[in-house]
Design a protein around this ligand. Sequence first.
Ligand SMILES: Cc1ncc(COP(=O)(O)O)c(C=O)c1O
Length: 424
Amino acid sequence: MKPYASLTKDEQRAELKALQEKYAEIKAKGLSLNMARGKPSSEQLDIVSDMLTVLSKADDCYDGKLDVRNYGELLGIPSARALFADILDTVPEKVIVGGSASLQLMFDLISKAYTHGLLHSPAPWAKLDKVKFLCPVPGYDRHFTVSASFGMELIPVPMTEFGPDMDFVENAVKDPDVKGIWCVPKYSNPDGIIYSAETIDRFIHLKPAAPDFAVMWDNAYCIHEVIGDYVPFPDILSLAAAAGTEDMFYEFASTSKVTFPGAGISCMASSVANIEHVKKILNAQIISFDKVNQLRHVKFLKNKENTLALMKKHASVLGPKFTAVLDALDKEIAPLDIATWRRPKGGYFVSFYAMPGTARRVFTLAKEAGLVMTNVGATYPYGKDPDDSNLRIAPSYPPLDDLKKAMEIFCVCVKIAALEKLLG
Ligand SMILES: Cc1ncc(COP(=O)(O)O)c(C=O)c1O
């Protein structure tokens, strides 16, 4: 196989014809495959299902002397705060343990900023004419949806292999209407990028014009290695504290991809002053989150070391799937010089860049052949990828055999779309 661009028009036409025949054969099989969902497979859920029995009687429901069956402990039971502090390398005083989803804590913090204001807000954001938010792209669609749902203006920030383009960020924060940024600092969604030490250093020394600028540090994949050993990652809160900027950082994490997505536990970690501020508002909102589930998680996960050992079991299921995706791309697409992709060592996605102007076509071809992908553009604010290039591959959910079939279809679609484009 030679790079497509180096073929003559006749050769390109012949190749397209052969691929169209292959595509028709695939389509005739009437397959139904899905590479859209970044969620654990049932095999992974089985690995953690002993958690369902760790609390089976009244005596089990104590966190020390605390009876978790009753009201109380607004910021989470002490052992759950300690567990997340251990995982994030911070201290329990800086951790609020919430309900079953970190996204809800993120939405809630933004909501509080609008209604009550953050610790350093001169006014609640709802009183402002304009609120702008920085969105590194490609990024996590639900972050953008949170911002868009409050009517913010979303500003795309280019991603580099070291994290968001910090020249861009440093310049953008000079605008006082720019109130924050979405970050997934380890194994970013979808690129799988780990922010470099320099990027982190520039973050903690950021000097935004807005006194209440919020860095939404969504550490969703903090312990989610797929290939290779655990990669330690700096605690943003202590680094920021040393730089005098800790109040700017709100860190989030959850057990969604550790135990049960949608039925796990989540946390927000921030400066003690921010936690106190949020606590006051939270006090009007809820008496306590689900402490029974918090204790169930503590009993099952125990501590960071034990949780990392569990993540190795997840990796033993996920690793071969990521490898299958990368192998298919290396074999089928790499020699043709029509696309690029990242090789993540963790997280939940493989980010693929089709020939510019062809991602939508790839998506449609795949869909018509029975393969569902994440919506094209979902990884960009307002659903618009200016290059029409990025496709997010989610290898986790389908069984390995299905995934291999899905990748075969995907590669055929990528090739057809590229040839169509080259042939005009
Ligand atoms: C970056 C990121 N943050 C948050 C979430 C959702 O986490 P939770 O289930 O805790 O709301 C996801 C899920 O895909 C994600 O990719």
